[in-house]
Design a binder for this molecule. Structure first.
Ligand SMILES: [Zn+2]
Length: 144
């Protein structure tokens, strides 16, 4: 059973316990004693607090799962490219670069794969359309 299911089960159990504790409040025999009455009120309060805490744990677990998925995707993306000739390229099965170059600063800073475009003026041959970084050359690596 995964952590989210465990938290959901705990929340359901606390909900039922809260209903039972609330039901005990309605039993006249018990409620005639001030001490029982105070204990039941405290029990109901503690169950409500626990339900809230478990609910927060559920939300945190969902957020952690989302973050793990996002990081796994980033790791997979990082493993799919290779640095060469001042840029990143798709990595072939043999580990060699292939295809059009991606902007190195954009990938290294923001994990963003942006293809470089050819510059028509100036001494630079390539520019990133996202960060505007320029590069001395734009090399497309063809697959043999
Ligand atoms: Zn860039």
């Amino acid at each position: 059973m995964d952590a989210i299911s465990v938290a959901t089960t705990a929340y359901s159990g606390l909900k039922v316990a809260g209903q039972i504790a609330s039901g005990l409040r309605d039993i006249d025999v018990l409620m005639k004693s001030a001490e029982y009455k105070m204990q039941i009120i405290e029990l109901v309060d503690r169950i409500a607090d626990s339900k809230m805490a478990v609910s927060e744990v559920q939300e945190a677990l969902v957020e952690k799962d989302r973050e793990i998925r996002r990081l796994s995707e980033l790791l997979s993306q990082r493993e799919s490219v290779v640095y060469a000739l001042f840029a990143y390229y798709r990595k072939k099965a043999n580990g060699k670069p292939v295809g059009e170059p991606y902007c190195a600063p954009c990938f290294e800073v923001r994990n963003n794969l942006v293809h470089l475009t050819r510059c028509s003026k100036g001494i630079h041959q390539a520019q990133c359309p996202e960060c505007k970084a320029t590069f001395p050359e734009l090399t497309t690596i063809l697959s043999p």
